[in-house]
Write a protein that binds this ligand. Sequence first.
Ligand code: PMV
Length: 343
Amino acid sequence: MSVSASAPGKLVLLGEHAVVYGYPCIVSAIEARVRVSVRVLGEDQVTLRVPGLPEPFMMNVEGVLRASRFPPAVRFVAFAVRRFWEHVGETFGVEVATGGQALVSYGRGEERGLSQDAFGVSYGLGSSSAVTVATLQALAEVTRQEMDLGGIFRLGHEVVLAAQEGLSSGFDVAAATYGGTLYYVTGGKVIEPLAVGELPLVVGYTGVKADTTEYIKRVARRRQKFPLLVETILESIAALVDEAKEALGREDFARVGRLMNLNQGWLQALGVSTEELDSLIHAARLAGAYGAKLSGAGGGDCMIALVDEARRSEVERAIEESGLPGARVVRIRTGAEGVRIEG
Ligand code: PMV
């Protein structure tokens, strides 16, 4: 029997990096889902079919148990299978197939709405945490293992920590598990759903793929060199995240936008913004966005702008026409449902 589960990606609105050090962030699950199908096999074989790998990855159970690393394309799925075996106290052969829902995006001179890319690693929108959570949920279902969302979140966070050199706050795993828009503190100390509707966001991809762990390490180095200064920055980010939480509750997007701009200033001070991010952020602000900032670890990937709907087209056009080669607007809806079994 085959069982499928799906989980959403994420966009971090405010508080990235600070959330690695015990402070809060605000994250929203997005309408871009990863779907994972799982089938238990009779033999001691693990077969992983993922987009981007022409041939399935195959290894026997013993090999998966012992491996210290896996190819990047299957890393999160393989660690999820292994962690699940440990959790239930037995191993079994399994076939896992993953696939990402299509996302609409457009760049300069392209007709809007025509280009569709499978939601995957390219944009840094949380496909790794989504695939982890969906794999765990599908495994729990196919083996009839009782696991509530708290259990899925805990195992999922452990998987991401194992796959990312121990560097992860777990906010993306929480978004994939619970969905909605969350106020989140490191390691899941607080996971509070916020009563906000869909957020009026424009998402711009820089065309540059970022390396999350590299940028987490960069902040760690700066924190070692300037402990007091960096702690002050992280505290300031935490304070603005708390203000933004209040403002979001009142749908005071003008204020949230200003807080996003402040957050971007601190992220620049931490050394994680880039020329490409800065230029898209600047273009979005000039076109009338309430505020704009990078989203995620920095170094590339995506920026976000909070907009008045009446201004959306201007802001989107400003990003498309920023002159940055590879810049794209990615259509994203926030507040998506968390992990679920698919019929
Ligand atoms: O680059 P992303 O989208 O995976 O976000 C990383 C956010 C950090 O706060 C830098 C790391 C984390 O795990 O919270």
